[in-house]
Write a protein of this length. Structure first.
Length: 590
């Protein structure tokens, strides 16, 4: 049987009336926006079986059977996936073209293994006494278990001595070690023994566009690193080419003609459960060109709803430039200080979020607001710095009208002639990254003892293997790497996923491997590099305090100045020579 093109499957799925089709097999009654019936799978008499047309899915709250219209035919009538697609296509009048290689999909065993794992993890979360820690964690975040179970969340228990391990359970289902390794469900230790990749984590299933589970994102519960761990790239999963929740959100995105892009799993969970369904997130890394194109297929406009702290702003503008390069219209929603989408919606609900979405401003305008608040437009050197930060976004705009408007607005803000700025924007020189708050790759002072940069030094250490790999991963976060290829190398080495690097990052990785430490003392190198990174963090804290000062009361300003002095003293302790540069920037007490 020939393979069915993905775009045709999407066409069939969207044309299908899931209520009408499932209604041929059970008596559905409307309950609010959903439909309920006795479950056709476990034979219950109560109406615990829900069909949710806005999500194109069904779910039983007793036996936990769930899926889309194709899954229903597979489970109810014993069809395989292609036959189910063809049956639904016949009902909606869509002709399936014949193309591609014949025979079964060679990746089918991987899909089957991940689906079996997803069922097992979900059952642990529902039923296992060991999963009480996960249920308590969800309760602490005010997430009702019954609300999240239809979304497929699961729990991976800690390693033995539990009575039944994940590995045992999969063996009992006839799944061999080879397929479990290839699917990213097992990992191999240095001594050659096998262990479950996910241990002691709350798991979020990651779906492809067909709605099949292909991977997991795991949040550690208790002590341990990393905080979040994704499945490695596999033949059925490439984390830079999927978005969390897109399989559900794409329908709402088309209807709303917008996508809401957030940073993490819990942000998606909270916002979508509140009824705002056009929400997606990258998979623990910066937004990739492939992910931007995925968004573009389903919506013309993106609202970036990231945290408003330093790291959130950096991620916001990196993602914004990538989306502009894909030809999308990009806006930024600004949340109150200290809030993220999860906490805001938890406290205020969807109604509390909507004003922030409504007040979202264009991504370039948001940059100008931040630069203006920092006073950069007030001096000639400041205007030059401001333009350096605006130019990457101007260059990223693919739409000619948008770029023209951006040039006009930036010229107005900086007080330069439009034709001069237009010539600069067309120049061949481009910057690989833009940081409107804190600058790009800016350090307090050069560090001549380090090879090229602290970021590079830390990667050289990681490539030495353990214990340096773990020490570096514990000491810094991926967001602190301002050079994108180095950030990608850091994440890939930490996740043992080097094969997933793009061409640019792969070349950086090869150069780093070839260079090595070159006889440098790793302990001294580590200490200097970590101190340098911490100095950069502290410098950003000083800038944030500077930014808040003009808006505080006199008493508040006294408190902020005291805090600024404390941070500055810590910065000089970490980096003694910094006091020379600090005097130039008006440090407290100088």
């Amino acid at each position: 049987m020939s393979l069915i093109p993905d775009d045709v499957i999407e066409q069939v799925r969207e044309a299908a009336d899931i209520v009408g089709i499932i209604g041929e097999h059970v008596e559905l009654r409307r309950t609010g926006s959903d439909f309920r019936a006795p479950c056709p799978f476990h034979g219950g008499t109560h109406r615990n079986f829900a069909v949710i047309p806005r999500k194109g899915m069904y779910y039983c709250f007793v036996c936990h059977a769930g899926g889309d219209v194709f899954t229903f035919f597979m489970k109810k009538l014993g069809m395989d996936y292609p036959t189910a697609v063809r049956e639904v296509a016949r009902r909606v009048g869509i002709t399936i073209p014949e193309r591609g290689p014949t025979g079964p999909d060679p990746r089918e065993p991987l899909y089957g293994a991940v689906a079996a794992a997803a069922d097992w993890f979900a059952r642990q979360l529902r039923e296992s006494p060991e999963a009480q820690v996960a249920r308590d964690y969800l309760a602490s975040r005010h997430l009702d278990l019954e609300a999240v179970l239809p979304l497929g969340l699961g729990y991976a228990p800690p390693p033995p001595p539990q009575t039944k391990t994940f590995h045992d359970a999969m063996k009992g289902l006839g799944l061999g070690d080879e397929v479990l390794l290839e699917a990213g469900l097992l990992a191999k230790r240095e001594d050659g023994s096998l262990m479950p990749r996910f241990r002691g984590r709350l798991l979020f299933p990651i779906h492809d566009l067909r709605g099949r589970v292909v991977a997991f994102g795991g949040r550690i519960l208790g002590d341990g690193e990393p905080k979040y761990l994704n499945s490695p790239d596999t033949p059925i999963f490439h984390k830079g080419k999927l978005l969390y929740n897109l399989h559900v959100a794409k329908h709402a995105m088309r209807k709303a003609e917008r996508a809401i892009l957030v940073e993490g799993y819990f942000d998606v969970l909270r916002v979508s459960l509140a009824g705002v369904e056009e929400v997606v997130a990258p998979l623990g890394t910066g937004l990739t060109p492939e992910q931007a194109q995925l968004v573009k297929r389903h919506a013309p406009h993106v609202i970036l709803l990231y945290d408003s702290d330093e790291a959130g702003l950096r991620a916001t503008f990196r993602a914004g430039d990538e989306l502009l390069r894909a030809g999308l219209r990009v806006s930024v929603a600004t949340l109150p200080p200290g809030e993220d989408p999860d906490t805001l919606v938890q406290a205020r609900g969807a109604a509390g979020l909507e004003p922030f979405l409504k007040d979202a401003v264009d991504v370039l305008e948001r940059k100008i607001q931040i630069l203006d608040r920092k006073g950069l437009f007030g001096t000639l050197p400041g205007r030059r710095r401001a333009l350096d930060r605006l130019l990457p976004t101007i260059r990223a705009a693919q739409d000619p009208i948008t770029r023209e408007l951006y040039i006009s607005r930036a010229a107005e803000a900086a007080g330069v002639r439009k034709d001069v700025l237009e010539g600069e924007a067309q120049g061949a020189r481009s910057r690989e990254q833009d940081h409107p708050v804190g600058g790009r790759n800016r350090s307090p002072l050069p560090a001549p003892a380090l090879p090229a940069s602290a970021e590079k030094a830390l990667l050289l250490l990681m490539l030495e293997g353990e214990p340096w790999k773990s020490r570096v991963a514990d000491a810094v976060d991926p967001e602190e790497f301002e050079f994108p290829p180095y950030r990608a190398v850091f994440e890939s080495v930490a996740d043992d996923a080097v094969l997933a690097l793009d061409d640019t990052s792969a070349r950086a990785f090869e150069h780093l491997k070839a260079e090595g430490l070159g006889g440098r003392d790793p302990n001294a190198l580590y200490e200097r590099a970590v101190n340098w990174m911490e100095a950069r963090r502290l410098e950003r804290q000083l800038e944030q305090l500077d930014e808040r000062l003009p808006f505080e009361s006199p008493d508040g300003q006294v408190s902020l100045i005291a805090e600024k002095r404390r941070v500055f003293d810590e910065l000089r302790k970490r980096y003694p020579r910094y006091k020379i540069a600090a005097r130039r920037r008006g440090a407290p007490g100088t």
